[in-house]
Write a protein that binds this ligand. Structure first.
Ligand SMILES: [Fe+2]
Ligand SMILES: [Fe+2]
Length: 240
């Protein structure tokens, strides 16, 4: 077995929703993850309201993490309109932010975007009618396109797609049916399926379920904090 093919142990976790009232703390969990895995993947909603102070608290707590960290932002990280500041704070903590980009660790390419909503399969929202609907759909398609461009740049034979929004309906099952279209978009899975992918991880659907597959068969894992996982821990452990 060559060094490059050695399995990489990934801890994946989403929806930390760090608050600035110190009611959340992940310091101990980051220490535990550093002993359990080779890489930590955070799937967005790092902060609860997108406040820079919340990102600063997370950056401070990430000092307890001694393994490489990659992440995408989630919709909550945009809430206050300070997403650029949040990106800078997180990057300042040594985190590899995937924002339509990729980052290779030990022969595995991590590639990510936040993604967007729009619904699944034949029921997904189409670009028809009012300008507002077209703008909404264009945002979904733009995120899918940014993912595609980032995936084209991956040279590693193994790759992990990191999203905030779900690419399939299977892993949002458990959420109210009425909000499925706001939890993700099949357009993300269509893009993923144009490439050979080892795993897809996402968050956002706090009450969804852990495991699903893209139409072409790539494994999809919803790793939002409160999802029950085979690891019996808040984080998923995935080997690629
Ligand atoms: Fe969330
Ligand atoms: Fe979210």
């Amino acid at each position: 077995m060559t060094e490059e093919k050695k399995p990489l142990k990934i801890a994946a976790l989403g929806d930390l929703h760090v608050k600035d009232d110190h009611s959340t703390s992940y310091r101990e969990l980051f220490g535990e993850i550093s002993r359990a895995a080779d890489v930590l993947v955070l799937t967005g909603d790092l902060t609860d309201l997108g406040k820079p102070r919340e990102a600063e608290i997370l950056a401070e707590e990430l000092r307890a993490c001694s393994i490489p960290v990659v992440d995408v932002l989630g919709n909550h990280d945009y809430e206050c309109g300070h997403e650029d500041e949040i990106k800078a704070i997180i990057k300042g903590a040594g985190v590899h932010l995937l924002d339509g980009s990729s980052h290779e660790i030990d022969g595995v390419g991590f590639v990510g975007v936040k993604g967007f909503a729009g619904g699944f399969g034949r029921r997904m929202l189409g670009a028809f009618g009012e300008a507002a609907i077209k703008t909404f759909v264009a945002e979904t398609m733009n995120e899918a396109m940014r993912l595609e461009n980032a995936m084209r740049a991956v040279r590693a034979t193994r790759s992990v797609v990191v999203l905030h929004y779900a690419p399939v309906a299977e892993t949002v099952e458990g959420e109210p049916l009425e909000i499925f279209p706001f939890l993700g978009s099949s357009r993300l899975a269509e893009t993923t399926d144009r490439f050979k992918v080892s795993a897809v991880v996402h968050g956002h659907a706090h009450r969804g379920r852990y495991e699903g597959r893209t139409p072409a068969g790539a494994p999809v894992y919803n790793v939002a904090f409160h999802i029950e996982k085979p690891s019996r821990r808040p984080y998923a452990l995935i080997e690629v």
